[in-house]
Design a protein around this ligand. Sequence first.
Ligand code: UN1
Length: 500
Amino acid sequence: MTEPRTFHNLIAGSWEEPRSGHYLENINPANRDDTVGLFPASGAEDVERAVDAALDAYARWRLTPAPRRAEILFRAGQILLERKADFARDMSREMGKTVIEAGGDVQEAIDMLFFMAGEGRRLYGQTTPSELPDKLCMTLRVPIGVAGLITPWNFPMAIPSWKTAPALICGNTVVLKPAEDAPLSAVHWAQVLQEAGLPAGVFNLVMGEGEAAGAPLVRHRQTRIISFTGSSEVGREVGREAAAQFKHCNLEMGGKNAILILDDAPLDLALEGALWGAFGTSGQRCTAASRLVVAKGIYRRFLDRFLEMAQALRIGNPLEAGTQIGPIINAAQLERIEGYIQSGEAEGAKLRLGGRRCTQGACAQGWFLEPTVFADVHARMRIAQEEIFGPVVSVLPCEGLEDGLEIVNGSGYGLSAAVYTQNLATALRAQRDLEAGLVYLNAPTIGAEVHLPFGGIKQSGNGHRESGPATLDVYSEWKTVYADFSGRLQRAQLDTQSGS
Ligand code: UN1
């Protein structure tokens, strides 16, 4: 066996060892014997150096014309396109999503780079008449400073791209702290940006654990933007710290997403959508469908066929073509999911499929869980309320539209929701009344596109959006410019009309 490769942080354009000299071993979740590499266990000192580098680079980057910044993003997109297959395999190996899903993850980063590069020639503001003569009024988007980005392992290249690309196009510089479970894709991301010609220090990568490396990034006085994707629990801490320092702060957090399947649903389509929504990426998406709320008229028919289809899913090595379900990210997460399965049984939900580890054949060396289906779940049970982040889905019966909406909305989260119906009026009512940032009609809860806003309400977000032009508000400030060319003092807001 060859020695695992050791990777380094990218600070001010150089690959550096962490100050601690310590590294974290990253293991393939589908095969414990396969070490992907050793990655820096960084701490506050590394963060300090990275933020210094970003601050230094900011002085020049903010003055680089946005269309020039865009050229670098375009180039990065092209390089990524050429390496997609290799990066997808490495991603699959480090975090376990199937190789075609990993290709989709890299593609999302490509799309985001191209989309945000286009913004380099837009970044539109407004011009508007002044209330006074010989005066021009306009608004400009201006950069903010250093952006601290903290990203999860489940979309290891897409989510860093959602945050990095808009941050850079707006003229900010970046320090990225990726999840310790999927650092290799972040290394690839950094390499691509470097190769595309991004000046040293504009993008810095500091790897390590949340407490050790993420927290100092959030606390640092010079990170004026914080963008975080992860659990609501950690998001609350991040938000608190950022608020105390009045930082721009974007939080993308959990979900307890539901698909509402009504009596008139196109059944085959709904079944396929529910299967993909629940078990795609082994349910390890913040947008995963973890509740299927099914109208009583089709409940039995739906459930029987759904169980049959879920049972037939091919679980195994995500690098092999044809595998539909890969492993769980790590042992701790697997145990956490098992805790939910026990809780579901204890609360009286009917475990109709799975619930056990898969330890045979291709699964022998990894952390695998069979696709798990609970039926006759009640809306107040923990498995119907808390985010599980695994291949576990709860099926809940409902009376119809009104009752269904109440169940779907009876969640502390509000990221994504879907409805299957053939009735236009029902679909339109549902899209109006579903409490979620993303609503899908006759499609599952996953599959957001990069040019539209992404994010949720309630405990899923803090009022900001990723993706689309909406995300520019996270990464820029508005500057309002009044240009008076009258050559005399014009006093606004003097009440000259009333003559007093
Ligand atoms: C996430 O799980 O954090 O819409 C994001 C989707 C993906 C993004 C999910 N494009 O499912």
